[in-house]
Each structure stands twice: as C-alpha cells, then as structure tokens.
Design a protein around this ligand. Structure first.
Ligand code: PEP
Ligand code: CO
Length: 445
C-alpha cells in the first residue's frame, strides 16, 4: 500500500463528488477552511474511541442519531436543542433499561453533504441536478440553485462550529443534568402514552438522586450534571475533510477534526476508492454502512484496510438491510466477522433499508418496519453469540410527519401535514422515544 497523506485520496477515484463549476473558487474555499481552527480536538476523539471500545464488549451502547441532511436554516438554538433533547431522552431510557452507559453521537454539526442515487431529478416535468446537501447546493428546485457553490462549504464550516458551540454549552452547562430529565419531556409528547412512561422513569431517577442526597452522597459531580456528547457525519466531501485534518501536537498522529466520528456511506466504500483511502489514515472512530448489495469478501478486505491493528472502538459496522432482508444477510456477515476475530461495534441503522414512496409521492418509512429490523438485529446477534452494540437513527426533535405509524398511527395521507425533511424521512420526537422504550424492552438487563 502506498504511503498515506491527508491528500493521498486525490490519487483515487472519488464517487459522489459535486462538479464544482469554478475550480479556483473551490480551491480558495478549502484553503480558507484549512487555516481555520479544528471543530473538535484529538483528545475528545480518543475519548469517544475508548467509549466505543466498551460497546464492542457490550459494556456500553452506542446511540447515534440526527437529521438525514442538516438544514442551514435549522441551525438555531431551538432546532439544535430539540434534537439534542430527544437524543438525551432516548439515552436515559436506554441506559436505565440496559444498565450500561449510552454513548451519544449526533448526526450533527457537519451532516451537510449527501450521496444521491441519481445525478438528476425531474421536477414539474423539468430535469434538474439533484440536491446534494446544503454544503453543496440549495434544495430549491431550480437549475441555478442546484449549481454547486463552494461558498456553501465555508458556510457549512461556520454553522458546524456554531452547532458544536451551543451543543457543548447545553451538555456541559447544566442543561443535560440528570435532575432535569423531566424537564426534557416535550409538551406534545407528554400527552402521549410514551410521554407518560417517560415521566414515570424520570420520577424514578429523581427519587434515586434525592436518595443519594439524603444519605449524603455528593450529587454535584460531572457524572450527574454533564453529558458527554459527540458529533458525526458522513465523510463525503473529501476536500472539506482534508481541510480539517490536522496533526495532533501530542501524538503526531492525524485526526479529521471536522467531527468526532465519521462514517463511510454504502455508496462510497469501494476498496480502491478515495473515501476508503482517506479514512484509513485518520485515527477517528469510523463507521461503515453495510447494505444488501455488499460482497462479504470485500467487506472483510475493507475491515482489514480500515482497521489493520484490529483496535476495538476504531470501526463500527452499521448494517442497514431492511426488515425484509435482515435475516438473509446479517447472520452470515456476523459469522464471517466472528470467524476472523474482528473487533467491531455492531450497530443497526433500521432506516435506510426501509424507505418506500407513499401513494402521496412522499418518501417515507413505516414505524413497524423500523421496529422489526431492530428486533431481528438483536435476536440474530444473540442467536449468533455476538453483541448488538448500538443503533443509528434519522430523527428530529420537531413534530414532523415523515415516517408512518407509531403511537399516533400516522398514515400516508397525513404525511403532507408537516413533512419538512431536506432528504430522507425522520422519526419525530414521539416516535423516537417510543422506539427507545421498545429497544429498552429488548435489552432489559
Ligand atoms: C445516510 O445515512 O443518510 C445514508 C445515505 O446512508 P447509506 O449510505 O447507508 O445509504
Ligand atoms: Co438518509
């Protein structure tokens, strides 16, 4: 294998890259970003890797979630807070039931670029370029708005920084303290059966905290008053990722400081492709999506290439087969990985294999399919003597109607009521919490 540098990916083919019309403007944008401060620090990245290593052994559980595609216009304090709140709520439910720490990772602060199955789409009879994420072009369906604009990469950097900043403030500044679990419940969720189950759980936690105080234990500790929260996104735009790749002054190693964890999508994980080349050289925890089209031999080669030292916490396999196909593919994949002794976090993305188009034309996913894939994921792992280590969701704190089903039984015809996503359909806060309770049932220790 030739030597890795942060630019060596440029000698390989990179799929799913925008066709920037003005190369000079593009180069100026990445040059500017490469001089700006990193968004996260190597020490934090190492901490996440340590926590993920525990998930490999079943001593922690990974909860990763957020928008399919973050929207520049949604980079507001309420927008960020609401999504964070749902993730914190889900984490409380999961850690209470599972009896182990939950590693919280947002699809946040950089999830601005999307791979697409088609370069173009037809809107009102006209063929225009596809939307590729706010860091590339605009969702507005006009030919001009869809031209890739490198200034958007720069804007994405600043908005990721703003998101990171407020997230750190929320999670470290008392907002995420355990004595506030009740306060995270939202008005529209409170009135639902899920909201009420959550209130009960929150009361139990309050009682436990109160008891600790009564017997004189110190509750003024970071463990109770702060949450550790990490960021992640798909490492798709390699110019942006390279610009934020920095050498750690303590260890001399390279880290992609655009986010704590980066994943490689199902469409860009070619063994000899630029994305794999780039990610093999940075020391961040890496996720790799594995869908029904995988070739088991290639997956094994990818694991060897991305994690040659077989370091626990380095690699998370995010399987996304769909409820119908999970039985067909997951058992064999688990057996092959086990046979080789590869240390990976097994995470389930029950979203991307379950997308369909509703009669109304909306792209959607049904709650029961999502639940079924999750159930199969856990059962198959247990049957194979393997450890289901995490889950990966597309979700939002907003009261959207993008996925069908759930407690309120959203039907196809309801989807248009509040369908806001820029890309794939997300679970709303109530559906997310409901899933957390369902998973809690499955993993109850
Ligand atoms: C995604 O996570 O939004 C995505 C595009 O997933 P996948 O690569 O698994 O299709
Ligand atoms: Co998606």
């Amino acid at each position: 294998m030739s030597e890795w540098t942060k630019s060596s990916w440029q000698n390989f083919t990179a799929l799913q890259q925008p066709k920037w019309p003005d190369q000079k403007a593009y180069q100026e944008s990445v040059d500017t970003i490469s001089k700006l401060p990193p968004l996260v620090f190597a020490g934090e990245i190492r901490e996440l890797k340590k926590q993920l290593a525990k998930a490999v052994e079943g001593k922690a559980f990974l909860l990763q979630g957020g928008d399919c595609a973050e929207d520049f216009d949604n980079c507001t304090a309420p927008g960020i807070r609401e999504t964070l709140k749902v993730i914190l709520q889900m984490a409380v439910v999961l850690s209470y039931a599972g009896g182990k720490p939950v590693v919280k990772v947002g699809r946040m602060a950089g999830q601005y670029a999307k791979p697409r199955s088609s370069d173009t789409e037809v809107v009102d009879g006209k063929e225009i370029s596809s939307y590729r994420g706010d860091m590339v072009n605009s969702l507005e369906p006009t030919p001009e708005a869809r031209i890739p604009d490198p200034q958007r990469m720069l804007k994405g950097y600043y908005l990721a920084a703003a998101t990171m900043n407020i997230t750190r403030a929320f999670t470290r500044g008392g907002y995420a303290a355990l004595n506030r679990v009740q306060a995270w419940n939202k008005e529209f969720v409170k009135a639902s059966p899920m909201g009420r189950s959550y209130e009960r759980l929150a009361r139990n936690i309050d009682q436990a905290l109160h008891f600790m105080e009564v017997i004189g234990l110190d509750t003024d500790t970071p463990q109770l008053n702060q949450a550790s929260f990490f960021t992640s996104h798909e490492a798709l735009l390699l110019g942006y990722e390279e610009a934020l790749t920095r050498q750690d002054s303590i260890t001399g190693k390279w880290y992609d400081c655009s986010g704590h964890m980066l994943w490689i999508g199902d469409r860009t994980r070619q063994l000899e492709g630029a994305h794999v080349e780039f990610l093999r050289g940075v020391l961040n925890p890496i996720g790799m999506k594995v869908g029904p089209k995988h070739d088991i031999k290639v997956v094994k080669q990818l694991i060897e290439k991305l994690n040659p030292e077989n370091e626990a916490g380095r690699l998370t396999l995010i399987t996304r087969f769909g409820a119908k196909d999970v039985e067909k593919y997951l058992p064999n994949l688990i057996r092959e990985v086990k046979k080789e002794g590869y240390k990976v976090v097994w995470s389930c993305d029950p979203m991307h294999g379950n997308t369909y188009t509703a009669e109304t034309g909306h792209k959607t996913r049904n709650f029961n399919d999502i639940l079924q894939e999750l159930q199969c994921f856990f059962e198959i792992h247990w049957a194979e003597g393997s450890i289901p280590g995490g889950v990966h969701f597309e979700l939002t704190g907003e009261n959207v109607t993008e996925c069908t089903g759930g407690g309120r039984n959203i039907l196809d015809q309801h989807l248009q009521r509040n369908y806001l996503t820029n890309c794939d359909p997300r679970l709303n806060a109530e559906q997310s919490l409901e899933l957390a309770f369902q998973i809690a049932e499955m993993i109850r220790s």
